[in-house]
Design a protein around this ligand. Structure first.
Ligand code: MTE
Length: 176
């Protein structure tokens, strides 16, 4: 049961940021972004912005700053660029712009993903807050996106309510 103050997904605005050189050049379809959109919209939240950008640290940081500071989105999901390749820069570009980390989100995603594939250890995904926006890195594959969103989506409404200063710790929802 959520408290009466708790936001539900309907009122939550979401940005989707696909980070991929090939998708940004049109050399490959973006499949991670649409997977996020499908799950977010099924939850009742609203995708307010969807961007596809290359694996350039400056581009990633600039996009995150704009989505948080100018568009004031509740949540920004990135997809791609969390691995070990030289062009995988999403976690460091995210670290550069967040005010503080929310490590439990990334820990929970890795823990649950590890039960599905050892490659989960290779995602350096970061989650954190910039101003009042919660930024969460997801891996690039649509399968990984689905598996990770399944883990974090239940925590989103309370996180957003807290960031909007609508609830305090004492009003945390109970499990189930
Ligand atoms: N997490 C889940 N839940 N399921 C997956 O299939 N794939 C992994 C991992 N995380 C995977 C996952 C793989 S193969 C890699 S290389 C890393 O995330 C980084 O992915 P990225 O470079 O696309 O961000």
């Amino acid at each position: 049961m959520h408290t009466t103050h708790e936001q539900d997904h309907r009122q939550i605005s979401v940005g989707v940021l696909t980070i991929s050189d090939k998708a940004s050049r049109g050399q490959r379809d973006d499949r991670g972004g649409p997977a996020i959109r499908e799950i977010v919209e099924a939850s009742g939240a609203r995708v307010a912005e969807y961007l596809v950008i290359p694996d350039e640290p400056a581009d990633v940081s600039a996009a995150l700053i704009r989505l948080a500071d100018e568009q004031d989105l509740d949540v920004v999901f990135t997809t791609g660029g969390t691995g070990l390749a030289p062009r995988d820069v999403t976690p460091q570009a995210t670290q550069a712009v967040i005010d503080f980390e929310v490590p439990g989100l990334a820990e929970a995603m890795r823990a649950a993903s590890l039960a599905k594939t050892p490659a989960a250890m290779l995602s350096r995904a970061v989650a954190g807050v910039r101003r009042r926006s919660l930024i969460i890195n997801l891996p690039g594959s649509p399968k990984a996106v689905r598996e990770c969103l399944e883990v974090v989506m239940p925590a989103i409404p309370h996180a957003v309510s807290t960031l909007r200063s609508e609830v305090g710790d004492h009003q945390a929802p109970t499990a189930g």
